[in-house]
Design a protein around this ligand. Sequence first.
Ligand code: BG6
Length: 469
Amino acid sequence: MYYASQKAFPEGFLWGASTSAYQAEGAWDQDGKSPSIIDMYEHPKQYADFKSASDHYHRYKEDIRLFAEMGLKAYRFSVAWTRILPDGTGRVNQAGIRHYHDVIQECRKYGIEPIVTMYHFDLPYCLEEKGGWGSRETVEAFVEYARVLFTNYGGEVTYWLTINEQNTMILHPGAIGLPKDGKIPSKKELYQQNHHLMLAQARAMKLCHELCPEGRIGPALNLTAMYPETCRPEDSIAAHNWEVIRCWNFADVPVFGWYHPLAWRYLQDRELAPEIKEGDKECLAGARPDFMAMNYYSTATIAASRGDASDVSARAGDQQIMLGEEGVYRAAENPYVAKTKYGWVIDPSGFRYTLRKVYERYHLPILITENGIGAPDRLENGQVHDNYRIDFIRQHLSAMRLAITDGVEVIGYCPWAALDVVSTHQGYQKRYGFLYVDRDEFDLKEMRRIKKDSYFWYQKVIADNGASL
Ligand code: BG6
């Protein structure tokens, strides 16, 4: 749709950027932190592990000062549960409490709004050993952890994100990492874990509303619209199947209090439906998120299932992510979109389309908590010329502005990432940050922070509230 004039980005728009604890902090065993599942997962030998990462744990003051100089109005980071409760429950580690208190205060010093993710893939390993998300005990542990966070930081934090990309954890468990024995749980087990995550999330949301009257809390899912490969009706049905199973089934539960009807039928029919105990339905109902946080990278294009094993294939450039399911959908190519070096589809219009769908479905303000392009950035004569990142973000911001003009309520944009962090699969070969972190896969060097071209560009965008895009 064309408009005579476009809406401006709202006043007080949260121009931000994101990181997560295990990818940025390092200091994996310091100041009382216990190992998380990420620390214990088997890691590809050719890439950096998460032990030192970008040393944000020690350098957060310098980093936040640089974020402030870039003009950031918000900084989205995650708290490592293993720093707060090293045993998963019980004993509170005061060094961990102090650390995030200091990070929050440092943000506030520069007028940066802290946006806190409570859980970004890094379950305490001691809880994993007791059954992890397959156990209801972990729900209790998460609620205890949530209480510690809200009690300690409730007065200083307004924006809370419960769980990062629950849908990625459940649908593509190999993408995050593999347990030591290399076994991925069965689908049945994963959907039971999913149910427990949903219960944990619902209870955390309710607790947040009880303990933090000023707090606003929402889930952070990876959401993406699907296109049918052709106008063949069966392709549209398949695209809808996967859009529901991948996205709406995860977002409906926190907002509407129950699973999407189509997804629930799919789960029942395949005997994947989780065990529901007395009180679960009441627990899920009434969680009432205040906003929907959304990570957006790309769209997918979908064709009807052929009904055989040829439906399943690895996502282009990423052997860890298998797409397609017999009798449900098959991944197809889209000739109208570009791709990153790593095979991820680049689709700014798809961003507008996804935003419309999310808003139409949930009528909640939307906070973008990830969006960005991974690339093998090069440091040349002390500079990083990442024009591809500028292009990517400019196009996505323009599409987002069109979505705002369409009537979608977007309250902030926090691209991935504030600074270079360890990529889940490609270490430091694949970088996303506005700040270059000068280290290699194994040579930590001095980890100097260097402003990329995109840093200066984003600084200007923020300074005029996106008017010059
Ligand atoms: C998101 C995750 O799915 O994608 C981040 O929330 C992750 O933790 C990001 O880093 C980019 O993925 P990757 O594999 O390129 O690091």
